[in-house]
Design a binder for this molecule. Structure first.
Ligand code: ADP
Ligand code: MG
Length: 442
């Protein structure tokens, strides 16, 4: 039987796979178990051969993507028959192991004016759960270190308080687990899992918007923990009052403790972060190059790291040393790309040219393979290269609804995973689309 940690990761993968295709897959997922998760391979146990066949035919792509998203690794997935009586369900009820990112520690976090309050309050909370700021609410734009700080608090608290029960999860996972508990008639199990912890840490709580039932449940979880002086830590992309359609009683509770904002880092902080990240990865970086990166990338620390990776990738590929000239070469293309927005029209242009079809055909109701395939490829590329929503993409392609677009994206992603020709075609189309943009004037 798989270890508790593997069981727990599998539960997350399952929840994510369900989220990727809720309509088609839910009823097939009920009796799945994890057989193994190692060496880049995930084995999933199914109750019978029909389930194995269905999942192999319809869900492999989503499972693969879910496994990659949850673990951050490339993982191949396969399904096998396993008799139901081998499945022990009690092992799943144990408290899940905290999955903390090894690099997201306090010592790896660079403190500056933009994040000083958030950092200090996290340190304080980690030293005495439930006693200082409760709840602690961190907010700021994406890529400014919220998740990093949440992991650091959990790690520190765990080390200090041996045996402390800490739950750290994405709001999305909280919602999915809640939904699963309701489906399985196990609300009591869900409640005991979340209402009895020493600290409940939920990342990206803005995801609760529009989830009325989950808001209700979270409200009671919050009260139970708060009344017992248990720590609650939340992060979001905006302050409580600005999270759309969040109940007033939750907004007010989120403001009971400390609300700490994280701002984009100053130039000096950015330089220090680049140096820290390089150091963690064992890379040598001159002050000149660190300063150059910090000048080029300003708003988002994740992109700062991405810039560093790009520069080192170019150095590896060319065998050149990492100096200012190479850094400029590496980032120039990237920055150009970032400032040029690829539109759905750009994508449609390249795809229709390649397949020699007309836009009107893509927008029509025709379902022949020669039209369906380019249409689905347009949807997939639009999903990956633009920030448009599924609805908007569907709108450009004949007013199709978001489930159709989602299905198309999954189908093409699956083909990309399993078929090298499709993979090569998508790479080539992407190259043409980005190139056509690069040739246009800014
Ligand atoms: P958010 O959750 O706010 O979107 P993350 O916590 O995922 O952001 O941070 C994005 C990346 O930036 C992570 O790799 C994180 O380690 C890094 N990062 C953010 N802030 C800092 C900081 N002050 N010092 C070092 N690294 C940071
Ligand atoms: Mg985050």
């Amino acid at each position: 039987m798989a270890s508790q940690e593997v069981e727990d990761i599998f539960a997350d993968i399952l929840a994510r796979a369900k989220a990727l295709d809720p309509a088609n897959t839910r009823k097939w997922f009920d009796d799945l178990t994890v057989l193994h998760l190692n060496g880049g391979s995930l084995g999933v146990g199914c109750p019978d051969g029909v389930t194995v066949q269905f999942l192999r035919d319809n869900c492999k792509g989503n499972f693969t993507r879910a496994a990659q998203q949850i673990t951050g690794h490339l993982i191949t997935v396969d399904f096998h028959v396993v008799s139901v009586d081998k499945i022990t369900s009690d092992s799943r009820l144990l408290t899940p192991v905290l999955k903390l990112h090894p690099d997201y520690t306090f010592s790896n976090f660079v403190v500056g004016p933009s994040n000083r309050l958030a950092h200090a309050s996290c340190v304080a909370v980690s030293q005495s759960l439930g006693d200082t700021y409760n709840p602690l609410f961190l907010y700021g734009n994406s890529g400014l270190g919220k998740t990093h700080l949440l992991h650091a608090v959990c790690r520190e608290a765990q080390q200090r308080l041996d045996g402390a029960v800490i739950q750290l999860l994405n709001c999305e996972d909280f919602v999915n687990r809640f939904i699963r508990a309701i489906e399985q008639g196990n609300l009591a199990g869900f409640q005991s899992q979340f209402r009895t912890v020493d600290a409940l840490v939920i990342d990206d709580i803005q995801f609760l918007r529009k989830r009325e039932q989950s808001q209700e449940e979270f409200f009671h979880t919050f009260n139970a923990l708060y009344n017992n002086s248990k720590q609650i830590i939340l992060s979001a992309d905006s302050p409580p009052a600005e999270i759309p359609s969040l109940e007033a009683r939750l907004i007010s509770r989120f403001n009971w403790g400390l609300v700490a904002r994280i701002d984009p880092p100053s130039y000096e902080t950015r330089v220090a972060i680049v140096q820290k990240k390089a150091h963690i990865r064992g890379l040598n970086i001159s002050e000149e190059v660190a300063e150059y990166i910090a000048q080029q990338v300003q708003a988002n620390i994740r992109e700062l790291e991405g810039a560093l990776t790009t520069i080192y990738a170019l150095a590896l590929a060319t065998g050149e040393p990492v100096n200012l000239e190479l850094a400029q070469m590496a980032l120039e293309g990237q920055i150009k790309l970032a400032i040029r927005h690829i539109s759905i029209t750009d994508i449609i242009e390249v795809v229709t040219r390649h397949f020699d079809v007309r836009l009107a055909d893509l927008q029509s109701k025709k379902r022949s393979q020669s039209i369906t395939m380019p249409r689905q490829i347009c949807m997939y590329l639009a999903r990956n290269l633009t920030k448009h929503s599924l609805e908007e993409i569907g709108g450009h392609l004949g007013g199709r609804d978001h489930t159709t677009v989602m299905h198309a994206c999954n189908k093409i992603a699956e083909a990309k995973d399993s078929d090298t020709d499709t993979d090569a075609l998508l790479t080539e189309l992407t190259r043409q689309i980005t190139e056509s943009k690069q040739n246009q004037k800014v």
